[in-house]
Design a protein around this ligand. Structure first.
Ligand code: NAP
Length: 338
């Protein structure tokens, strides 16, 4: 199929690009920066500059496309608001897709979005799901709740670097999934008529609490975590203050997401139907134990190599500074051999 992937430089989008290329699809990506997306070109994708917030850039990129996979969302580092990208931008893309006569559209929402109408991103996701359902497009909505990739920066790296790991008391256990597995479901949906005009949860095999993840990382790294508790009351207060200032709206909207995590309600769902409809074997899905084990064994090996190189560089420097001493050491060694 000829695919258009939007949000292709993102955590999930890039895995979808890779999977689609591996399965023999032609992949075109709408990207805001050709330079930042150059790795996708190296993988074999076609890059076309565009922006969801510049609707005039959408029709050319949709020409000749069979299906759109939309993995775009607001970057926390962007000055753009959730409303601009996740609502106005998505509506523009859905309208342009329809106008271009492209029928198939895969969208990523968030699990349980409908349960949190006061959380801006959740409410916008729910509205987009509804807009898509009424658009007449042949859509499939996939609903993850958290990516395993996000846990590296949140837990694994701080533990390795002896930095504080921030946790929010009894936060909601979450069934994280590896984005490579989510990409597998995404590409499998494309030509599966059973997924048409339906929504599916795409979540990992087990819901993990923060403390369980910390214990797992401690065991795999052999290092003890420095855990710091973040008071939810403080976050709520900061969010309220930020609402007073226009420049703080975006941050306040993001902080509102803490309400989901602090609710204590597990973010998980039964995957029985999803596995059955997509024809994917649950035993082939990456568990968090395997994911973290692979990460730590790779990073520990790299750290050992770096340590070895550092020691060698130090030794070289020392020898250069005191050639007499090292010559003496060498000499005494050869003497002792005789
Ligand atoms: N992260 C999670 O744990 C999680 C959980 C549940 C659901 N989801 C959903 O999964 C999807 C992918 O999330 P992610 O975490 O992989 O996203 P991400 O890493 O934050 O990447 C966002 C992507 O959207 C693109 N983008 C942002 N603004 C754009 C604009 N105006 N026009 C065109 N492209 C734009 C970014 O492009 P640039 O490189 O140019 O910035 C980037 O490729 C989203 O729908 C998200 O809501 C995520």
């Amino acid at each position: 199929m000829n695919l258009l992937i939007v949000g292709a430089t993102g955590t999930l989008g890039r895995q979808v690009v890779r999977r689609a290329l591996d399965e023999g699809h032609q992949v075109r990506c709408l990207v805001r920066s050709l330079r930042k997306a150059s790795f996708l070109k190296e993988w074999g994708a076609e890059l076309i500059p565009g922006d969801l917030l510049k609707p005039e850039t959408l029709p050319p990129v949709l020409a000749g496309v069979d299906a759109v996979i939309d993995a775009a969302t607001t970057r926390p580092t962007d000055s753009l608001s959730i409303r601009q990208v996740d609502w106005e931008g998505q509506v523009a893309l859905i309208q342009a897709t329809k106008a271009a006569g492209v029928q198939r559209f895969i969208f990523f929402s968030i699990l349980d979005a409908e349960k949190y109408p006061d959380v801006p991103l959740m409410d916008i996701k729910r509205c987009t799901e509804q807009y898509l359902a009424e658009s007449g497009l042949d859509y499939t909505i996939l609903k993850p709740c958290g990516f395993m990739q996000g846990l590296i920066g949140q837990y694994a790296i701080p533990i390795l670097e002896k930095q504080a790991v921030w946790v929010m008391g009894d936060s909601s256990p979450t069934a994280y999934m590896d984005t490579q597995d989510i990409a597998r479901f995404t590409v499998a949906a494309l030509q599966n008529p059973e997924t048409s005009r339906r929504s599916f949860p795409v979540v990992g095999p087990k819901a993990w609490s923060s403390y369980e993840i910390i214990r797992l990382c401690e065991r795999l790294s052999g290092r003890e975590a420095k855990t710091s508790r973040m008071p939810i009351g403080l976050l709520r207060a900061v969010q309220k203050v930020l609402r007073f200032f226009q420049w703080g709206w975006n941050t306040a909207d993001r902080l509102a997401f803490t309400e989901v995590i602090a609710s204590g309600n597990p973010l998980t769902a039964s995957m029985d139907e999803t596995y059955q409809v997509f024809g994917i074997n649950p035993n082939e899905i990456t568990t968090l134990e395997t994911y973290m084990q692979e990460y730590f064994s790779r990073i520990m090996k790299k750290l050992k190599e770096l340590e070895y190189e550092r020691e060698r560089a130090k030794e070289k420097k020392r020898k250069k500074r005191s050639p007499f001493k090292s010559a003496t050491t060498a000499a005494s060694k050869s003497v002792s051999k005789e």
